[in-house]
Design a protein around this ligand. Sequence first.
Ligand SMILES: Nc1ncnc2c1ncn2[C@@H]1O[C@H](COP(=O)(O)OP(=O)(O)O)[C@@H](O)[C@H]1O
Ligand SMILES: [Mg+2]
Length: 396
Amino acid sequence: MKKSEKPFVLGLLGDGQLAQMTALAARSLGMKTHVFASSRENPAAFVADEVTLGDLADEAALVSFAKSVDALTYDTENLPYEAICKAAAQTPAFPDPNILHIAQHRIRERTFLATLGIPIPDVAFITSEAECEHATRVFTFPAVLKTAAFGYDGKGQRVVREASELRDAWRDLGDQPCVLEAFVTFEREMSVIVARAQTGEMQTFGVIDNEHRNHILHASVSPSSLSATMQQEALRIAQTIAASLNLVGLLAVEMFATEDGRVLVNELAPRPHNSGHVTQCANALSQFHKLCLAVSGQALGAIDARPGVMVNLLGDLFPDGVEPIFRRVGFVEPPLAATPGTAVTAYFYGKQEARPGRKMGHLIAVADTVADAYEMAERAYQVYVHAAAVAGGSRV
Ligand SMILES: Nc1ncnc2c1ncn2[C@@H]1O[C@H](COP(=O)(O)OP(=O)(O)O)[C@@H](O)[C@H]1O
Ligand SMILES: [Mg+2]
């Protein structure tokens, strides 16, 4: 961008921590940000240059918001598709709304992946009594039943141990359209985050290993320690998906590595991803920078990486009686000195209230080796666990 040009205005639909970190990255790249928020108290609203308060279901409000910015992007795939299409007719929206449409519904997502020949866990679609009954006879259990829409952090999912439990599980989820998936006894979970520019330039942050606790991401490790062959397969899969969707922006591909050496895709997220927070410190430019660069029509830039480990800080760590540091916004020094060669930092989203399972912030450690970064991140994490235990309210 030339100095004399008016700054590029990035429009953000969604006002959570992913939009907040995107807005801060945009600012560091010289852009302005305008967020469409449901409340001034939400993470992206208090860092954006401009805030429009409104309801994402209000089509007219979205269209007029779109007119006020140079490009649109999102921090969630759960947006009203028709309204987003109308907004995108005003102002370019990235990734394309069709990608949101696929990723926001597990039946469309599985159908798309299967058509592309991407390996996924065995799946059946349950949209009627008859399909449910049929699956009890032909599907192999244990399995996982997931609502087709609006799931996150394991919400809207039931493990079904045997066929006789399926009917009750489906009722429990509200008899709504679901996917029934084979239960995968994975060796590990990992993700690949692909960034793709408007020119078709494509980069990834490599394979990131992910550890979940209670269906919520706990830690991400970059680079992965998976075998080179399986990492190549994971990268090939993610790049194939991104190219076939003609992606502009970010696409996170969540995957399972099975004990018999297969890579299976679990789900797609066309936006910044929690596992990519490690790139804030481990990479020359983070996932948030890449998104801003892609959306504003620029080249993706440097990709240099150091070994890094990210650990989520959930609300469980901040019971009453612990200093409410989680209300701060941005990077803070954790209460612990880093060992030489290691850097450790904490980042908070500025949420006002800590609740169990709620993502409040994260820690990132970078070092010369993954082992050192892991040890440092774990030590820093234990400081918060200890403080919570002393206050008597930790559920960790
Ligand atoms: N088919 C499966 N087999 C075994 N574990 C699963 C399966 N599907 C999901 N899980 C576990 O549940 C977590 C959350 O499921 P996911 O489908 O990614 O939904 P979301 O992240 O939207 O809540 C996964 O990261 C994984 O740990
Ligand atoms: Mg997931």
